[in-house]
Design a protein around this ligand. Sequence first.
Ligand SMILES: *Cc1c(COP(=O)(O)O)cnc(C)c1O
Length: 455
Amino acid sequence: MSKRDFTKILLDENEIPKQWYNIVADMPNKPAPYYSPVTNQPATPDEMSVIFPKELIMQEMTTDRWVDIPDEVRDMYKQWRPSPLYRARALEKLLDTPARIYYKYEGTNATGSHKLNTALPQVFYNKAAGIKRLATETGAGQWGSALSLATSRFGLECTVYMVKVSYEQKPYRRSFMQTFGATVTASPSSLTNCGRSILEKDPNCTGSLGIAISEAVEDAATHSDTNYALGSVLNHVCMHQTIIGLEAKKQLEMVDEYPDVIFACCGGGSNFAGITFPFLMDKFKGKNVRAVAVEPTACPTLTKGVFAYDYGDTAKVAPITKMYTLGHDFVPAGIHAGGLRYHGDSPIVSQLYHDGLIEAQAFGQKACFEAALMFARSEGIVPAPESSHAIRAAIDEALKSKAEGREQVILFNLSGHGYFDFAAYDSYFTGKLDDIEYSEDAVKESIKNLPKIEE
Ligand SMILES: *Cc1c(COP(=O)(O)O)cnc(C)c1O
């Protein structure tokens, strides 16, 4: 049997990486510093320490290339890591493509997505700093699920502000978080100043990620035993996720392969960062590899946004970051890939895109669900609606290989499974799913309200 005959490529648990990769060390242009929404000056570590533990602030700012993974975290990773890398043989056959397609599957843990990779270390560092409770937001529910599980493992309390529309539409995600002891509140809520002032103006407000972030940050900033945790966007989150790409690289080496092109869906950028950054490390040294971030046409941050300083939340309490953004007032349509509806993007991913080191593509949700079904019916895994964006792009690339009669190696990240998302699949099956284009006018309006930062 040749090495290339493997379908499932597994590593031993003691081959879990011992360090995360910090891409900032190798970036030709570093991501821009954060600004304070209060002073409009560069944010100081002291200001950030109101909501984050020291160790995570250090990770946010470090230019060290490698950062040690604590043993306690690595031991917990062992429950499901190293995650499997699959050769998509059945999908290749269906497409009749000369391309070889591999996917890294991050849905094998209890919460079903890559987010547990960063939830565990974030809770670990907060516990070490003496914090008793974490406050966070969740849109679709995956991040709230991951943080609920991680806090229960480490014995911390967890308060989740869940965007009201999801709270009502996704009762099982809510039950999942409650199973792990989290307190789940529909946002906007009457628990915070921010929530109360929004409810006063609009008692029927269905909420947004930006509002939920404001509520969680306010909760953390006003309680000394409580910190805030974010599931994407920030540098330390992207770094924790590099465990995905570091493992994938070893797994591909085992079958003598190296990807020509890598696809990952992109909401805040963390799973894209996770699978691509360890390969971009080689690209900086001259290796030829393409990294493509795939986003929804309803929230096309990289492909249609502007590169500018913007607020991360509605009440303007979180740090101001330089990123591709559609404007903090932009409210994307209610598409089913809830995890891809953030108005901004990771500052690192944004800088890489600005510098032409990575690419971006956007697809409508119908095309993504079509791809999700092709994948499910060939490979036997139901993908998360978010992940289906990466699948769509990988399938199109494989069809291009076929049209050109060209072999190539395609790698994509299957960021999570879709077993909590059958309401979305049901909408697709019953023809209730529309392709929603973003509104150019709404973005133009929203962009007018960007903060004025003098760099
Ligand atoms: C949250 C989520 C995403 C989007 O977040 P990123 O930070 O861009 O990775 C993608 N896929 C799944 C399954 C998610 O839960």
